[in-house]
Design a protein around this ligand. Structure first.
Ligand SMILES: Cc1ncc(COP(=O)(O)O)c(C=O)c1O
Length: 442
């Protein structure tokens, strides 16, 4: 038995420290679809780490790119200085996003990407003489990271409750989940799309378009339990935003880089926003990197407004475009392209297989709803009265310790987002063992 480290000092993020430290779940190494614990036990990764290891673990092109870069240029500032690879990488990254979005702003995380996009939206209107446009609109059950901006537009109550609730002027659209009409939906739900989007008209009627800077939504809510948007929803939001000079921001921290079988959700849904935030899959989880893809004319507005030697956007991070993160991103894009990972879940029938497999759990005990799109899926369970979250957490824990499966849990929902290299046999194993767990641990 391997000796475990002492665990007093590290305050684990977004965790029950009490629960973890009483029976730790430590990962010592990883390769492809699997992680290994301290005793070498092999666990199947059904959740791409934390929605990020899209290319699987410890893949050679990414490992090599990071190692080589570390030996050549460890750091270069990007404030008034630069290094070639960040410019080359940004050009290449832009080709993954819709044609209109070619300007790339880099951050270290999804939270920073979201806060950066919100700041851009506020400043953009101000530069154009519309300084009254200061209100930001998010959506109930939305997750946009943990910065004060992202938290304020976010719509998950526990993420806001302790922290002053909201720091900015914000309002929220209703969430789009309607289990009565769209329960057990496969892919895009049928009902309610335009009417949920029309709620933006009410927000405009209440505050006036002259005060609203931007709307930010996840095209598919991830952290709130995989909520695909109903038919027509994003198109209608786009129309209302365009008609009112309101910027539309997609938070694609989870959905970009192949999660839906396309490069982005914008491509999947055929609706282009004004900005897209990304993180996670851009390096396949191998180094911290995030950013914002911005419409060219939005960036140009900032550049045109600045004097020759003046800073055009008063915002940035020491590690924006860090050479090691950029190398990891370059390695990830190489891997995605070499193995066709942005397309394979559709071209090889894997997303359809995933859909069948997850919906086969419908008759298991306590299953309340099942939803899926691309390689994202959720199994929502009936809560134990007075103990919301306990049932799903028990399944998560037991699956880790007894069934060798790593999944994600959020409230009473089990979430699945396997790496894009998964084979049908991996999907069988994930859902067969989850079925056993749902039956065994009621
Ligand atoms: C949609 C979305 N936005 C933002 C974030 C925050 O990203 P990070 O944890 O890298 O700050 C996440 C993280 O899960 C996310 O799912």
């Amino acid at each position: 038995m391997t000796i475990q480290p002492t665990m007093d000092a590290f305050w684990m993020p977004y965790s029950s420290n009490k629960n973890f430290k009483s029976k730790p779940r430590l990962l010592a190494s990883a390769k492809d679809m699997h992680c290994y614990d301290m005793d070498g036990r092999k666990l199947l990764d059904a959740t791409s780490g934390l929605w990020c290891s899209n290319g699987g673990h410890c893949r050679e092109p990414i490992v090599r790119a990071i190692q080589e870069q570390a030996a050549v240029l460890d750091f270069a500032p990007t404030f008034h200085l630069g290094h070639p690879s960040v410019f080359e990488f940004s050009e290449r990254l832009a080709t993954y996003f819709p044609d209109e979005l070619n300007s790339v702003f880099l951050t270290n995380s999804g939270s920073e990407a979201d806060d950066s996009a919100l700041k851009m939206a506020l400043a953009y209107h101000k530069i154009r003489g519309n300084g009254g446009k200061q209100l930001l609109v998010g959506r109930e059950r939305g997750y946009h990271g943990v910065g004060f901006g992202g938290m304020s537009v976010g719509g998950i109550v526990k993420n806001r409750l302790w922290f002053g609730n909201q720091m900015l002027r914000v309002d929220h659209l209703p969430h789009t989940h309607n289990p009565q009409k769209n329960g057990f939906s496969r892919g895009i739900p049928e009902h309610g799309g335009e009417s949920y989007a029309d709620a933006l008209q009410q927000i405009i009627a209440l505050h006036d378009a002259s005060t609203i800077a931007a709307v930010i939504v996840e095209p598919v809510s991830g952290s709130a339990g995989v909520l695909p948007p109903p038919q027509g929803y994003l198109k209608r939001l786009r129309e209302i935003c365009s008609a009112n000079d309101i910027l539309l921001i997609y938070d694609e921290v989870i959905t970009a880089f192949g999660r839906l079988g396309k490069k982005t959700a914008a491509e999947y849904f055929g609706v282009t926003p004004d900005m897209i935030t990304f993180a996670k899959g851009v390096t396949s989880g191998c180094a911290p990197l995030g950013g914002v893809l911005v419409r060219d004319d939005i960036r140009q507005t900032f550049i045109d407004a600045a004097q020759e030697k003046e800073i055009d956007f008063f915002h940035g991070y020491t590690y924006s475009g860090h050479p090691l993160s950029v190398a990891a991103g370059r390695g990830a894009l190489n891997l995605y392209e070499e193995e066709g990972l942005m397309e394979r879940i559709d071209s090889e029938g894997l997303s359809a297989y995933f859909e069948e497999a997850i919906h086969s759990l419908r008759d298991c005990p306590n299953v309340k709803d099942i939803r899926n799109i691309g390689f994202m899926g959720a199994v929502e369970l009936e809560s134990i009265p007075g103990k919301v979250g306990d049932r799903a957490f028990n399944i998560f824990e037991r699956c880790f310790h007894e069934k060798d499966i790593m999944m994600r849990v959020t409230g009473d929902t089990l979430a699945f987002s396997p790496p894009l290299i998964a084979e049908k046999s991996h999907l069988d194993e994930i859902f067969d063992k989850t079925r056993e767990a749902l039956r065994d641990y009621q």
